[in-house]
Design a protein around this ligand. Sequence first.
Ligand SMILES: [Zn+2]
Length: 362
Amino acid sequence: MNGMIEFERCPSCGHGSPIRLAPPGRTVDTTLDLIARDPRIANLDPIEFSALSDIDFVICSRCALIFMPRRPTPEAAKRYYSRLFHRIETPLPFDELPLSERFVRRKGAFARDLIRTLDQHGLLESVESVLYVRCNAGEGPRLLRDDYGLREVYALEFLPSCILHARQVHGLEQVERLFVPEFDNPFSRNRFDLILCDESFGHAHDPVRVARLLADLLSDGGRIVAFNEKDHLEFLKSSKLFPYGMNFFHKQLFTRRSLRAFLEAQGFAVEQLPHPTVGKSESRKNSKMLYLLRPGGAAKPEFPSDEVEPLALAFRSWLTAYRWRNRGQRLLSVFRTHGVAPGSGGAARRRRPPARVGFSRK
Ligand SMILES: [Zn+2]
C-alpha cells in the first residue's frame, strides 16, 4: 500500500510472529471511526481512508508490546496528521482564539508540575537550550523562560491556534508547527541540552527512527525527558479511558517495563522520575510514565515476556467492554430524537457514555 508501513516484526525488539488481538475476522475500532464520514478527511490522498481505518492490534510474544502492524509512513502522515488530530480531538477547546481559559490553565498547571519535578532533580542546571515537543499553547516554554531564566527555548506544536497563542500571548518567537510526531523540523539544525517530549514514543510512526532523531538533536551531555507515556497494563483496565475505540494516535501501547526495554535497546540509559498527577491520584489516568534518557551507557534490555498474557487479557477485556458500550449506545440512539449524526465526532464525545456493561475488573 502506497504510503503505508507494515511492521511484520515488533518495532521494539524485532521479534516476529506477533499475536493478533482482535477476534478472527474482526478489526479493532479506533477513534478514527468517530469521524469516518467527515468529508474534510475522507480523501487523504495518497492513503486510502479505508486502509487507515481497517486496524488490527497485535502483541509481541517477546517484549509484550502491543502495536498497530499497518500504519502510514511518517512522510504520508505529514499530509493529514494535523488535520486528523484536530478533527478527532474536537471538541477540545483549542481550535480557536482566544483559547479557552480553562484549557490554558490546565496546561499551565501541568507544565508547572512537570518543570518543578525536573528542577528538583537538578535537570535544569547548566541547561542553555531546550526543545519542548508538543508544547500545548506554550505554557511550559513560557515558564522555562520566565521562571527559570532559560535563554534558548524552542517549541513545537500541532495546532495553529496553540502556536498563535504561544506567540501572541507569551511572546515566544521560537514556536513552530509539528506536522507529525517525528522530529524533522525547523529547529533540527540546533543541538539541545534538554528535549521534553510529550508522548512521542507511543505516537511515533516509526519509534526506532524517533529515538535516533531525538538522540541526534542532543548536545554533548544532553538529555531527553519522555513524559505522558501511558502504562497500558494499568490504562487498559479502565474501559472509561477509551470509550470511543482505541486512540488512533497510539501506534504502540507500552507498559512501564516494555518502554524501558525499548529505550534501552535504542542505547539510552533510563531513569524513572515521578510523573505529575492530574486530578485524583488514584485515577488510572495517572498511570503515566516519565523517563529521563541519556545516550550511551544503556543497561541490557530485559524484555517483559511475562506481561504478554496479562496485557493481552487486559486488551481483550477492554475490547469486549467497548463492544458492549458501543452496542448499548446504538440501541439508545434509536430512542433519541437527537441521535448522533454521522461524522459528528464532537457531539458523540461530548455526550456522557452509558454505564459500563459486561465488564469486570479483576
Ligand atoms: Zn517485541
